[in-house]
Design a protein around this ligand. Structure first.
Ligand code: COA
Length: 149
């Protein structure tokens, strides 16, 4: 059941949300990239419908959180939620929308049997790291590694 508070609505992502997400991304990054977001929105709506969420205020999409529930990756057999991309319109921050999107995604992950939710973060990004800590993320025994090719 979608959550409705005043004129805020949290609901699952659908393909018609593409233009709203492109606009939010452009406001955050200054880059207009509809093709990239079209691929991502199609990917997430097909891979795990109901996991990814959007926030509407007065009928306009002002925030999104994309993710899915997966099992069997990295030797992890149990299902786990993954939060992969999110953004809140700068004009609508600080109103708990990020937390509400996360709570809705977690409700979906729990219903799919997940006992944990994971993400990756650039620890140089103190804003995103601060948000993730505030909504309850802590250090994981899994560590991201990389090398140059
Ligand atoms: C990070 C972001 C999602 C926060 O959204 P928001 O709706 O303003 O966050 P909320 O109002 O739900 O805040 C939830 C909690 O996070 C904390 N928080 C939010 N932004 C924070 C920040 N920049 N630094 C530290 N803590 C922060 C809040 O204080 C709140 O904590 P509290 O409940 O203990 O008071 C938003 O600022 C954003 O979209 N940033 C850009 C994200 C980005 O770069 N995305 C691209 C990568 S996919």
């Amino acid at each position: 059941m979608p959550e409705v508070t005043a004129d805020v609505r949290i609901r699952p992502l659908d393909e018609l949300d593409l233009s709203g997400i492109v606009r939010i991304d452009e406001k955050i990054t200054g880059i207009y990239r509809p093709d990239i977001w079209e691929q991502r929105v199609m990917f997430y709506t097909r891979r795990d419908p109901g996991a990814s969420q959007v926030a509407e205020v007065a009928g306009n999409v002002v925030g999104f959180m994309l993710g899915d529930c997966r099992a069997g990756e990295f030797g992890l057999e149990e299902p786990s939620g993954w939060i992969e991309r999110f953004g809140i319109d700068p004009d609508h921050r600080g109103k708990d929308l990020g937390r509400k999107l996360f709570d809705a995604a977690c409700a979906h992950f729990r219903a799919e049997g997940a006992k944990s939710v994971r993400t990756l973060v650039d620890t140089n990004d103190t804003a995103v790291t601060g948000f993730l800590k505030a909504i309850g993320f802590g250090d994981s025994p899994l560590t991201a590694l990389e090398r140059q090719l």
